[in-house]
Design a protein around this ligand. Structure first.
Ligand SMILES: NC(=O)c1ccc[n+]([C@@H]2O[C@H](COP(=O)([O-])OP(=O)(O)OC[C@H]3O[C@@H](n4cnc5c(N)ncnc54)[C@H](OP(=O)(O)O)[C@@H]3O)[C@@H](O)[C@H]2O)c1
Length: 279
């Protein structure tokens, strides 16, 4: 079976360190892609209301014939639903779409510090309700900067289990990762291969050639050895399979350091800065 390690979260739950992301997979292709990923061995699916494919994720899981308990499912609260009653309704709809009584992890997708009076702490306390009633086994945030996390710490007794943030060799996001390490918040790295942009980098190609691995495997392995949780997206079963085979080789420290020095800081982002969304 799967040799994917599990990461212990601060609430006692465990999450497979490697999963499968479904951002930008059209609904019509999602069930097939999810079933294929599960057949390859993935046991962790990362979706969101915003992706428009929660229903098809549920179909794909059922299509693989697995028990619900054998798959770790994450979904996320959409940006239009931060007000408490909207958040409760949105969460109900997520469970209905997935046809599941619970999610393993539910996240606030973006902090939106310029909307709703910047009051994402009230939204967070609604997610705490979902954790208390057991319909979200774990709760966390996404795209939260240290200042946003400080605000949650001041206004809630519950520390997020994870912070899902952009991280890859061109944007290593060290400051937010360090905050997570210090406060017991696991880091999930989104766009782990920068949507493909890092795969042609000469440093990564050199390390991949020397290791006899693909550039994507090298970059994903770099994340794994940093201790982050990753869920690369692919609609190609061959790439899904190769992205899954990360646990039979290791990068040495000089390779890890060489990849980390590719960091370009702010210009290296592929997505928006969380302080500026929406503008
Ligand atoms: N919380 C957030 O705000 C947020 C934002 C973005 C993403 N995410 C999550 O993170 C997941 C992953 O991020 P992502 O989808 O943005 O990007 P990604 O996983 O870094 O890259 C996906 C892209 O790389 C290609 N690819 C995948 N494996 C490859 C390989 N082995 N060789 C060459 N190309 C390969 C894919 O094409 P093919 O499909 O054609 O293979 C796709 O175009 C998402 O699916 C989502 O779950 C979260």
């Amino acid at each position: 079976m799967s040799n994917v390690p599990a990461i212990a979260l601060n609430d006692g739950a465990r999450i497979p360190q490697l999963g499968f992301g479904v951002f930008q997979i059209e609904p019509a292709r999602t069930a097939k892609a999810v079933t294929a990923a599960l057949e390859i061995g993935y046991r962790h699916i990362d979706t969101a209301e915003m992706y428009g494919n929660e229903k098809e994720v549920g179909e794909g899981i059922r299509g693989a014939g697995l028990d619900r308990a054998d798959v770790f499912i994450t979904s996320k609260l959409n940006n239009g639903s931060h007000k408490p009653d909207d958040a409760r309704r949105a969460f109900d709809n997520t469970l209905k779409a997935l046809e599941s009584e619970y999610v393993d992890l539910f996240l606030i997708h973006w902090p939106l510090p310029t909307l709703y009076g910047g009051d994402f702490a009230t939204t967070w306390n609604v997610l705490v309700e979902f954790a208390k009633d057991g319909r979200a086994r774990s709760i966390g945030v996404s795209n939260f900067q240290p200042a946003h996390l400080d605000r949650l710490a001041a206004e809630s007794d519950t520390v997020p289990a994870v912070n899902q943030i952009e991280a890859h060799p061109y944007f290593t996001n060290e400051e937010v990762r360090a905050y997570g390490r210090e406060h017991g918040i696991a880091t999930e790295a989104w766009s782990p291969i920068a949507q493909g942009k890092v795969l042609v980098d000469p440093v990564i190609k050199r390390i991949a050639d020397a290791a006899g691995r693909s550039p994507a495997q090298v970059v994903l392995r770099w994340h794994i050895q940093r201790g982050d949780i990753v869920f690369p997206k692919s609609v190609s079963p061959d790439r899904m399979r190769s992205n899954f085979h990360l646990f039979d080789f290791e990068l040495d420290n000089s390779d890890i350091d060489a990849i980390s020095t590719l960091d370009r800081g702010e210009p290296g982002r592929t997505g928006p800065n969380p302080d500026n969304i929406p503008k």
